[in-house]
Design a binder for this molecule. Structure first.
Ligand code: ATP
Length: 648
């Protein structure tokens, strides 16, 4: 199987947009917000619902205290005014009022913290539920979907989307809504206490402030987006470059890589500068509008005092109300931007959840019932893309317990046959049957449970050897794991490792050689113990010793199972019950090894060519082994031996 997950820095792949024009962004925002509601009132979680209710009570109490605090402030100021009497009782009143003011301020902050603490579990539960739902869904999507997208991009969609949920829940509920309520309350109270002009001026100033904030934030969003895009671009380039560390060294292209990275960073730099300078505009404008409103109101209150219609306390009250509003309003710009971004991120995630798996189980599909494990392809044709047919009218039958070998030039369609059997894709025409059951009609899970796959390029999990072998059957005991390793001819190798079965294999299993990885894959397939086996032989040449070991391991595992071998080395297929020679997706020859060689056709030509190659290779290996013996027997010091090794 040829790996096709090429790393292309150009493929950002992070958008899962619907058809353009299909839905307006407003509709999408509503849809997203509606999707949030059930998360706020989680089904079957009384504890979380109680928390939501308690958090809302804390929120209302905090707002009530917030609006009340300026009144205490005003009363304290008025009681301190020069005309107030100097009697003891008159001293006690302002002291009590000041203390009450202090306590109220603590309550205001304390209630807000209580609200956040109570709500934290609701928000985090929502994040977990949606993240796991999306993760499951991504695993349910088809191979075609995954080959078309980059894993990192998918991961980012989940990460950003779930963060967006948390942010939206917390900020719409506890920031935007309460601020709007407070604003309305303040305007109402000012109007009721001091007249309609106070409401009008406050309302106008705050309205202007909000409009300005939203407008400038919209304008700035473009710079932010540019900055994020450039950042993602620089990141992709850096990761791509580091993943290809060895290739960079092979070609001595460090300077080229640094220049490419710098080019992306220059873009980032420019966008970041614009983001910062536009923030300065936003902050300046906000301050001017707010302070103008505040000054106007304070001037009006000042005239009120001069006319004797207002007290000093009223002056302070008006000021306190407005100053208290400043803090949430000041955050409005970033909250607005973040909310918009959260909506976009969540939409990307919900769009991903909307992608239907290409291959889905039929409704009420039964499990596959395997008796012997007979596999049959019945006039199967297939194309990845409609324009280019890959398999044409392929038919064969592998009786239970038999071995079928698929041979042919690279690109002939051998691995495609294995992907079709695994139902990663569906045939365009024809049927695939296992013990007489069409694989389209049974549950995918039961189908895949019946097939063991040893791929050409085994990718391992970045964990221990034991974990990777046990992956074949997670409940296997240590003895079973070790027994499987023995059967797969890898136990001796593991025994020689300092940490044995607990050796970490590195990312993708890179610390093991190709042959070792493949034997780990064989061991885990032995543990899985499936009735049908698919073996995709490695194309890369292994030395004949490793090759023999792998073949012995394969013989072990395929004993008594229906086996399909995709073979690159014909020595593997000599004993197969049937060999299919595939060319351009068509079966051009079929039969047993002896018959095919005798026929003198394509297979015979391939066989002769390979024998010649094998003969040369064995000679070469013998010569090398012989030379090494001579070097070892020369009394060269250890350092010299390793030098010789390195120069070879
Ligand atoms: P090899 O021996 O090199 O592994 P193969 O015989 O197994 O080759 P396949 O992997 O089955 O060949 O590929 C058959 C053809 O299908 C190739 O031409 C390949 O380019 C094409 N192909 C494989 N996978 C895809 C895909 N996901 N999308 C489009 N074309 C594909």
């Amino acid at each position: 199987m040829t790996p096709r997950r090429a790393i292309s820095p150009h493929d950002s792949g992070s958008h899962f947009d619907p058809e353009p024009g299909e839905r307006s962004s407003q509709q999408l925002h509503w849809r997203t917000l509606r999707a949030l509601l059930p998360l706020l009132w989680p089904y079957g979680r009384i504890d979380l619902r109680l928390r939501v209710a308690a958090a809302i009570i804390a929120l209302i109490a905090a707002k009530a205290v917030t609006v009340y605090v300026p009144f205490l402030y005003k009363a304290a100021v008025d009681s301190l005014a020069p005309e107030a009497s100097a009697a003891l009782a008159a001293v006690a009143v302002p002291v009590a009022l000041i203390i009450a003011y202090g306590v109220s301020r603590i309550m205001m902050i304390g209630l807000a913290q209580l609200r956040d603490g109570l709500f934290a579990e609701v928000g985090q539960n929502a994040v977990r539920v949606v993240a796991v739902r999306t993760f499951r869904h991504i695993h349910a999507l088809s191979l075609r979907f995954h080959l078309d997208r980059r894993t990192g991009a998918l991961n980012r969609v989940i990460e950003r989307g779930t963060k967006g949920i948390e942010f939206l829940l917390r900020f719409t509920l506890f920031n935007i809504l309460p601020t709007i309520i407070e604003l309305i309350l303040v305007c109402g109270i000012l109007g009721w206490m001091f007249g309609i002009w106070y409401t009008a001026v406050t309302g106008l100033a705050m309205g202007l402030y909000i409009w300005f904030t939203f407008a400038v934030t919209e304008w700035r969003t473009a710079f932010r987006r540019q900055m994020n895009d450039r950042d993602a671009d620089a990141n992709t380039k850096a990761i791509d470059s580091l993943l290809n560390f060895e290739t960079v060294k092979y070609f001595g292209n460090e300077e080229h890589e640094a220049r490419r990275f710098d080019k992306s960073m220059i873009g980032y730099e420019a966008a970041a500068v614009k983001t910062t300078t536009s923030l300065a505009w936003l902050n300046t404008g906000q301050t001017v509008i707010f302070t103008a409103g505040l000054t106007a109101i304070m001037l009006m209150a000042g005239f009120g005092i001069a006319r004797g219609t207002m007290t000093i306390g009223d002056f302070v009250l008006v000021n306190a109300f407005l100053i208290q509003l400043y803090q949430p309003l000041n955050l409005l710009g970033s909250v607005y931007r973040e909310i918009k971004q959260s909506l976009i991120d969540m939409e990307a995630m919900f769009n991903l959840l909307d992608v239907a798996p290409e291959i889905a189980d039929r409704e009420a599909a039964p499990d596959l019932k395997v008796e012997g494990g007979e596999v049959a392809f019945d006039h199967v044709s297939f194309a990845y893309d409609a324009e280019r047919g890959i398999l044409h009218d392929v038919s064969f039958r592998v009786p239970a317990g038999n071995t079928l070998a698929l041979v042919g030039p690279s690109g002939a369609g051998k691995s495609t046959i294995s992907r079709l059997l695994f139902r990663f894709y569906e045939p365009v025409e024809g049927r695939i049957l296992i013990d007489g059951q069409d694989i389209r009609e049974v549950k995918q899970k039961s189908l895949r449970a019946a097939i063991g796959m040893v791929p050409q390029d085994t990718v391992l999990f970045n964990d221990t050897i034991r974990y990777n072998i046990r992956y074949g059957r997670p409940d296997a005991t240590d003895e079973e794991v070790e027994n499987a390793a023995r059967l797969a001819q890898i136990a001796d190798f593991i025994a020689k490792l300092p940490s044995g079965y607990d050796t970490m294999v590195g990312e993708r299993g890179l610390k093991l050689s190709g042959g070792e990885k493949q034997r780990v894959a064989i061991a885990r397939t032995i543990l899985k113990n499936p009735p049908i086996l698919l073996l995709d032989e490695a194309t890369s040449a292994l030395d004949s010793h490793t090759e023999k070991e792998i073949q012995a391991a394969l013989r072990q595992v395929s004993h008594n199972r229906t086996t399909l071998i995709i073979a690159h080395r014909l020595s593997t297929v000599v004993e197969a019950d049937e060999i299919l020679v595939l060319e351009h997706g068509r079966i051009v020859e079929r039969g047993r090894h002896g018959d095919l060689v005798a026929r003198g056709g394509k297979y015979a030509a391939m066989w002769n060519r390979q024998r010649e190659v094998d003969r040369v290779r064995e000679q070469l290996e013998e010569t090398l082994a012989h030379e090494t013996e001579i070097e070892m027997s020369d009394s060269a010091p250890a350092g010299a031996v390793s030098e010789i090794d390195q120069t070879r």
